[in-house]
Design a protein around this ligand. Sequence first.
Ligand code: CTP
Length: 131
Amino acid sequence: MSKRVITFGTFDVFHVGHINILERCATLGDTLIVGVSSDDLNHKKKNRYPIYDQESRMKIVQSLKFVDEVFFELSLEKKREYIEFYKADILAMGDDWEGKFDEFKDICEVIYFPRTPSISTTEIIEITKNI
Ligand code: CTP
């Protein structure tokens, strides 16, 4: 049976850590579906808008050869709905989320990958601010 993998993220100021996790997620199955968090969701979560708007972030993610489907994640509370709607067999995330999505183990497999060390959107923004 072909396996469907789902993952979520902001993917702002796209960097190699994003590539690595998406590449790893893709190795778990045949179809990779990515929920790109909306601008409003980010504002709610972090009290600031992403540097790149949601259309740009989605376009970047969609253009990767190992990504098959993309959609906007509009609410953190809708993860279960998204997993069910996209018929995902596996939910995969970076280990900064370790344990946080175990509640979905009743409907899919949940896997956490180690983050790529020493890089994050937040750090890139901080570094470029100080140049
Ligand atoms: N990720 C990763 N390695 C990194 C950075 C991110 O594996 N060095 C993963 C996260 O664990 C998540 C996905 O990439 O599963 C999207 O993360 P996102 O929050 O969009 O990226 P960050 O760089 O972590 O952004 P921020 O600094 O704003 O939290």
